[in-house]
Design a binder for this molecule. Structure first.
Ligand code: NAD
Length: 507
């Protein structure tokens, strides 16, 4: 496995680092097994309280220096990281695919997202604009500027083991912050590879030790960061359960939390849909990354007049799916992340049946040659109703629920009728329906698409969702403002001291 060597991954790796210094942590190690073939890829050591504090102290010292670098100069360093990622795209894409289990094309796609966000951040480093206002007082000038925030803690999920870190980090860096990354314990080796890539660029540019840190470990390490007042912003991606815990801990100390949590995304298929687009979008949305995207399509809300046609087309499309090693480009669907995920998939199928669901494409675990890891499952489809508890819940696996509707108001109400609010879409060529779906009375999600499925967002837009998805926004648009503190400045260049609101204070 050349890509492991090329990325500097050893059988046993230190999992805690402030840059070129790798810090011995606790004696506990995380072993990373590939869901592709069940083999041990490597192990990492984890942070303990002492190494955690060392990382935070080094990061604090680095921030004192880094915040003084002009933003475009920080942008130049990020530009070089983008170049380094281009050079390592093949190796890193393979590691993502092998450690996480997504298809190789999706692994490359994830690295491409990292490159794209680097490019975006480089341009942004010259555009951290504030506003100017007209003062109500003569001889006064008023404006607003954005300053770096400090330490940004990043907690990431297994399913996007590198891209989500880069969405946060590249923006946070150009904004003048230093970052501490707590990667998913299911994909620790991806963090070692990223840190190695960054270290090389940072060393060349004499970036202070501590601007890029990683702290591998379980949820307890994430909890230290959530509770630590030294970390003004915690950006956490993962389940709603995790987000509620992180949000409460960060909120209790009045810190800032940026939460990117679970989704329960639906596509409305109108009677006026282009069915070729609709079926392709639904299929990719439901089975891509084996249903382990936060934006995975979990519900299809289909107009009653075309329900049977859509059902038939779906059954035909599902029959053609090839499930197997994701590094082989002939396969469409790879494995789930681990056996725990397989257990949850099976439990959800049972729950759906018990609640009245009717499977038109049955699920199940694949066995035999090529499926030795025990993590390969069949994507399945059930006719269900929106109110079933299992339909209201995000199962991180390729289970798709079919729902029927009679009019657009009902379709929108079904789409919105879940606790989560990440991604949504309508397939229609009817302008009125499309606009209604996008209007204030339409989708309540952070992402609402027309004639595109729910999954696969571009980095240029702000990414995130409402309700139990957490309300955070990352990546493009003005998401950078999350990583800065806003300051309003008033300058008096007159010879008087007029008070605001015309208040007199005569001595
Ligand atoms: P998870 O919640 O189990 O873990 C995510 C991360 O949080 C891990 O690093 C974990 O160690 C840490 N963590 C867990 N509990 C914690 C706590 N109490 N305090 C601090 N840290 C804690 O999620 P997962 O299984 O890795 O990922 C799947 C979930 O992530 C799905 O729900 C998916 O929808 C969501 N997700 C959301 C987005 C988004 O942008 N909205 C993107 C990717 C994944």
């Amino acid at each position: 496995m050349d890509f492991l060597v090329n990325l500097g991954i050893k059988p046993i790796n230190e999992g805690v680092s402030t840059g070129k210094n790798w810090i011995p942590g606790s004696s506990e190690k995380i072993e990373s097994f590939s869901p592709v073939d069940g083999k041990l890829i490597g192990a990492v050591t984890t942070a303990d309280a002492t190494s955690y504090r060392k990382v935070v102290n080094t990061a604090q010292a680095a921030f004192i220096e880094w915040r003084k670098w002009p933003a475009p100069k920080r942008g130049e360093v990020v530009r070089q990281i983008g170049e380094a990622l281009r050079a390592k795209k093949d190796d890193l894409g393979k590691l993502v695919s092998y450690e996480m289990g997504k298809s190789l094309q999706e692994g490359y796609g994830e690295v491409q997202e990292m490159i794209d966000i680097c490019d975006f951040a480089v341009g942004l480093s010259r555009q951290l604009h504030g506003l100017t206002m007209h003062s109500e007082r003569p001889g006064h000038r008023m404006y607003e500027q954005w300053h770096p925030l400090g330490l940004v803690g990043i907690i990431s999920a297994f399913n996007f083991p590198v891209a989500v870190w880069s969405w946060n980090t590249m923006l946070a860096w150009i904004c003048g912050n230093v970052c501490i990354w707590k990667p998913s314990e299911k994909t620790p080796l991806c963090s070692i590879a990223c840190q190695n890539i960054v270290n090389e660029v940072f060393e060349k540019n004499q970036v202070p030790e501590g601007v890029s840190s990683i702290i591998n470990g379980g949820r307890n390490v994430g909890e230290w960061m959530s509770n630590d007042p030294a970390v003004p912003l915690v950006s956490a991606t993962g389940s709603t359960r995790m987000g509620k815990a992180v949000g409460a801990a960060v909120g209790a100390r009045l810190g800032r939390a940026l939460l990117e949590l679970g989704g329960n995304n639906a596509i409305i298929i109108s009677k006026d849909a282009d069915l070729n687009i609709a079926i392709t979008g639904a299929l990719f949305g439901a089975v891509g990354t084996a249903g382990q995207r936060c934006t995975t399509t979990r519900r299809l809300i289909i107009h009653e007049s075309i329900y049977d046609t859509v059902k038939e087309k779906l059954v035909n499309a599902y029959k053609q799916l090839k499930i197997g090693n994701p590094l082989d480009s002939a396969n469409h669907v790879g494995p789930l992340i681990d056996k725990d995920a397989v257990k949850q998939y099976l439990q959800s199928i049972e729950a759906c049946k018990a609640q009245g669901g009717n499977f038109i494409i049955e699920g199940g675990v694949l066995e035999g040659t090529g499926y030795e890891s025990g993590c390969y499952v069949k994507p399945c489809v059930a006719e269900a109703e929106n109110h079933y508890p299992i339909v209201q819940h995000e199962t991180f696996a390729p289970i798709l629920y079919l729902l029927k509707y009679a009019n657009i108001e009902e379709a929108i109400s079904l789409q919105n009728g879940v606790p989560q609010g990440l991604s949504s879409s309508i397939m229609t060529l009817n302008l009125r329906e499309a606009e209604q779906f996008l209007s204030a009375a339409g989708s309540d999600c952070g992402i609402a698409n027309v004639n595109i499925g729910t999954s696969g967002a571009e980095i240029g837009g702000a990414f995130g969702g409402e309700k139990e998805t957490g309300g955070g926004r990352e990546s493009g648009s003005d998401a950078w403002k999350n990583y800065m503190r806003r300051q309003t400045n008033t300058i008096n260049y007159s010879t008087q001291l007029p008070l605001a609101q015309g208040i007199k204070f005569d001595l």
